[in-house]
Write a protein of this length. Structure first.
Length: 173
């Protein structure tokens, strides 16, 4: 499975983080509107992601619920008929919930940076250090920690859960 090292942190101002990214030499790629439907699965997380241009993909990933740089393993599958797959997966596993967000995507070296505005949750920054076959987990941790420091991300801003988990926390009594 492909692997990366990830962090997720709350931020009060993604515009400010975007300016810092640009000053560091990050390349802005695109703004995406994403609609993620999560399904109940015995382990990991499975979601069907729809984009505003009617494209879609199925994503399955394993990531421990830990704050700070964390290893994630994932698989992606582009989908031609997302309505069919949503119906199939809902029938097979049941729908866990939906996350809607606007994502500003940047790249800096081998790191994908997401500046997310998530409906009902607020603003976040995610770092995904994509590891190549010659790199160790420690290499990825070092890159993530250095970028966190450059962006002024503090440990108390780190989040140890997926957006779907955060939404479930605020919706449960």
């Amino acid at each position: 499975m492909p692997q990366n090292i990830e962090i997720k942190a709350r931020t009060g101002n993604i515009a400010s983080v975007g300016k810092r990214l640009t000053s560091l030499g990050a390349r802005y790629e695109v703004t995406l509107h994403q609609h993620d439907t999560f399904f109940h699965v015995p382990s990991g997380r499975l979601k069907l992601r729809r984009f505003q241009d009617r494209q879609a993909e199925l994503l399955f990933y394993h990531r421990p619920d830990e704050s700070g740089p964390t290893r994630s393993e994932y698989r992606r599958l582009p989908l031609d008929d997302p309505d069919y797959y949503q119906e199939l997966l809902s029938a097979a596993f049941g729908t866990r919930g939906v996350v809607e967000k606007t994502r500003h995507l940047y790249h800096l070296g081998q790191t994908r940076i997401h500046l997310d505005t998530v409906n009902h949750l607020g603003e976040f920054v995610e770092l995904e250090v994509v590891l190549d076959l010659t790199q160790t987990m420690q290499d990825g941790h070092t890159i993530a920690k250095d970028l966190m420091e450059s962006l002024g991300i503090r440990k108390n801003e780190l989040v140890d859960a997926a957006y779907i988990d955060l939404l479930e926390q605020i919706r449960s009594p």
